[in-house]
Ligand binder design. Structure first.
Ligand SMILES: Cc1ncc(COP(=O)(O)O)c(C=O)c1O
Length: 350
């Protein structure tokens, strides 16, 4: 705290990202990154020429990238927005749509950046409890709201929602913007992008950080009605005209074009997840049904914080949240087969 701080800064409760320690031989299963490198085509494009062009500003509208995403999802380029990671896309959309006189609604157990943005942008909000089985129940969401946001699959529970449930919500909730945060959709869910032409208040957010192995590049996107995209562009151009750098734009285009590599990595992660779930269950864990590249697992009869610490002592990092309702769970990112086998071996020594 300093006398130079503004009132806003004094009252902030910043988001705390998972650790990125520089420890040799560490098995890092704490931030839901991909264990696989990006497409080899991404690596090929970072040539001397590409580096030389860094002296020039990138295209502020990222047109080629939007064209690629639009083609991939069968929408118009004007229905696509891109930003510096989906965290930035989320921040901009909170300003664009959620500063209303009614509260923004989101699940009580959900992505912990949502309440941080509410505080930063002074957005009234109300959290709606998940059911006892940790699933989302839209029946509990009041119709008087200033917007609704939820991840699908949810984080950190990993539980996915059927598209029919999201469509039923959109049919009854027509007066505010509904945002589906699909950071983990590629690992088993069905994207709501299919619904954007039908519902003008639906915005779908995705990231290149998980299924496309580009967390370090920071690229996120949103797809929705052109009126929603216009609003996002207005906020973006009042904040940062060039959120996507030249190399990030080129790399993202290639990542979308290399479908075979994308599918191969995704399929490997799903297979490893299924193996990990069955091994954890054999060890007495209650594992919530996962449609993501991580699992949320409760060690029955043992203390989750102690297990996280024990794994850490064996150079394996998982995420533990000391929060009500979930303080007996561990969030474990799916790594390679070898990494997950190593984790299961350590757990067996407990
Ligand atoms: C639900 C959810 N949304 C958004 C993000 C942000 O992703 P990024 O900013 O890397 O695109 C994350 C990251 O872990 C997440 O879990």
């Amino acid at each position: 705290m300093s006398k130079y701080w503004s009132q806003v800064v004094r009252e902030l409760e910043p988001y705390v990202p998972g650790e990125q320690p520089q420890i040799d031989g560490l098995i890092k299963l704490n931030t839901n990154e991909s264990p696989y490198p990006p497409s080899p085509k991404v690596i090929d494009l970072i040539t001397h020429d590409a580096i030389d062009r860094l002296r020039l500003y990138p295209d502020p509208s990222s047109k080629k990238l939007k064209d690629t995403i639009a083609h991939y999802y069968g929408v118009k380029a004007e229905q696509v927005f891109v930003g510096n990671g989906s965290d930035e896309v989320l921040a901009l959309l909170f300003v664009a749509f959620f500063q209303q006189d009614k509260p923004l609604l989101f699940p009580d157990i959900s992505y912990s950046f949502y309440p941080v943005y509410c505080k930063l942008f002074d957005i009234e909000n109300k959290t709606i409890p998940l059911r006892d089985d940790f699933s989302i129940n839209f029946g509990d969401y009041p119709s008087a709201n200033g917007g609704i946001i939820f991840p699908n699959p949810n984080a950190p529970t990993a539980i996915g929602l059927p598209l029919a449930d999201i469509e039923a919500l959109l049919q009854k909730n027509t007066e505010s913007v509904v945002v589906v945060d699909e950071a983990y959709i590629d690992f088993g869910g069905e994207t709501a992008i299919k619904l954007v032409d039908k519902y003008p208040n639906l915005l779908v957010v995705q990231t290149l950080s998980k299924s496309r192995s580009l967390a370090g590049m920071r690229v996120g996107l949103a797809v929705g009605h052109t009126d929603l995209i216009d609003a996002l562009n207005r906020v973006k151009d009042s904040f940062n005209s060039y959120p996507i750098d030249r190399i990030a734009e080129a790399a993202t285009i290639v990542a979308f074009e290399d479908e075979a590599y994308f599918q191969a990595c995704r399929d490997k992660i799903i297979a490893t997840r299924n193996w990990t779930v069955s091994e954890l269950e054999k060890l007495g864990f209650n594992v919530l049904p996962s449609e993501a590249n991580f699992v949320f697992a409760e060690p029955i009869g043992k203390n989750a914080a102690d297990i996280a610490q024990y794994l850490r002592e064996h150079k394996i990092l998982v995420r533990y949240f000391n929060k009500p309702r979930i303080n007996q769970f561990l969030r474990i990112t799916i790594g390679t087969d070898e990494q997950m086998q190593a984790m299961i071996q350590v757990l067996k020594t407990l």
